[in-house]
Design a protein around this ligand. Structure first.
Ligand SMILES: *Cc1c(COP(=O)(O)O)cnc(C)c1O
Length: 364
């Protein structure tokens, strides 16, 4: 599903130079590399500020805490996401509430979210699932009208833009992950918070560093969620490649959308706009998903399931409040979704092989 060893040698050389630079500097935590990466990531994401943190989970927790969202406050989100989305809410001390998804896109349903709003609701944590950013005008007015904070989970949507605005800037804050498999990945864990408010950025920077304002002064209880200099340097080396890599993901997705033809397979919605999808994952739906996956494997094609278990079926999450009408679309999506290989190192022969394997599948 990913092949980092097939990355260009030039990129490998850039990464080696980045490591040497950090080792030669003798400075390993919160230094020049982190500062430079924050500046470049903010520009690349069309945000005023980026605050680098240790991972995407922490970015969510810190975004919520910096907004003053915590115990007693409800945050509406989706059960069709990485577990970290909901864990970030719980770790901030707030209460997750689960709304259903749209059957066609797998994204949070606005109508379902509306049924979940209570007097305790403080925010919507919107996940740009699989790299798609959609209908942001509707989400902005939904949150504005109800005086809720809009927080974006941008772990899968690096560089995605919708009507001229970058993911992470539609609401109060965006949370990014640089886990190795994300579109921009470190060689380990990493994350960042995006926002356009200087005070929020300053509070997030304190929270990631023990709640420290100036050395040895702690106006609030923070955490240790610092990004290492070496990971920041590696991210700086990888960032110039992200545009080319994203273009390749788009090209692969275009091939799949144009050439996969199988009545047993439902293709994902095409992107709403040219830049509104960065194809972190290419996810199809099939009623006999498991036999399709076995068939692909026989034809030498890897696939994965994002996600096989919706959050409300996870053991610690069974009592989480959800849409009173249930979460049927999420359950159906979890039962039928399958992610095909969609990464920048796929060549045209690989892509043709995936298409051929999907097209020759016959449900048993
Ligand atoms: C990866 C991911 C996260 C968590 O990021 P980590 O860096 O692994 O903590 C959160 N939300 C979504 C949607 C993700 O894909």
């Amino acid at each position: 599903m990913n092949d980092f060893r097939a990355e260009p040698d030039e990129l490998r050389q850039d990464m080696l130079k980045a490591c040497e630079r950090v080792i030669a500097s003798g400075w390993y935590v919160l230094g020049k590399e982190v500062q430079a990466f924050e500046a470049e990531w903010a520009v690349a994401s069309d945000a005023s500020f980026a605050v680098a943190v240790a991972n995407g989970l922490d970015a969510i927790e810190i975004a919520l805490r910096a907004l003053g969202i915590g115990p007693g406050d409800e945050v509406i989100t989706t059960p069709m996401t990485a577990f970290a989305t909901v864990l970030g809410i719980v770790r901030a001390g707030a209460v997750p509430v689960l709304a259903d998804v749209e059957p066609s896109s797998g994204l949070l349903s606005l109508e379902s979210a509306d049924r979940c709003v209570s007097s305790a609701t403080k925010a919507v944590l919107l996940v740009h699932l699989y790299g798609q950013v959609r209908d942001m005008d509707r989400w902005q007015s939904f949150c504005d009208e109800r005086k809720l904070s809009l927080v974006e989970d941008c772990a899968q949507s690096h560089l995605a833009r919708w009507r001229g605005t970058g993911a992470g800037s539609f609401g109060a804050a965006g949370a990014c992950s640089f886990y190795p498999t994300k579109n921009l990945g470190a060689l380990g864990d990493g994350g960042a918070l995006l926002c356009n408010d200087a005070e929020l950025a300053a509070r997030a920077s304190r929270l990631r560093n023990y709640g420290q304002s100036v050395r040895y002064h702690h106006p609030e209880i923070g955490m240790n969620s610092r990004l290492d200099e070496i990971q920041a340097a590696l991210l700086l080396a990888r960032l110039p490649w992200l545009r080319t890599f994203t273009a390749r993901r788009r090209r692969v997705a275009e091939y799949y959308l144009a050439e996969i033809r199988n009545p047993a397979v439902r293709l994902p919605d095409p992107p709403q706009e040219a830049e509104s999808h960065v194809h972190h994952l290419f996810v199809i739906n099939c009623n006999q998903r498991d036999t399709l996956q076995a068939h692909l494997k026989e034809h030498g094609v890897e696939s994965l399931i994002h996600y096989p278990v919706p959050v409300h079926f996870q053991e610690p999450c069974r009592t989480i409040r959800h849409d009173p009408l249930g979460l049927p679309a999420s359950e159906e999506h979890a039962r039928t979704c399958l992610s095909l290989p969609c990464h920048p190192q796929l060549n045209d022969v690989d892509v043709a092989r995936v298409i051929e394997a999907v097209n020759c599948y016959v449900p048993r």
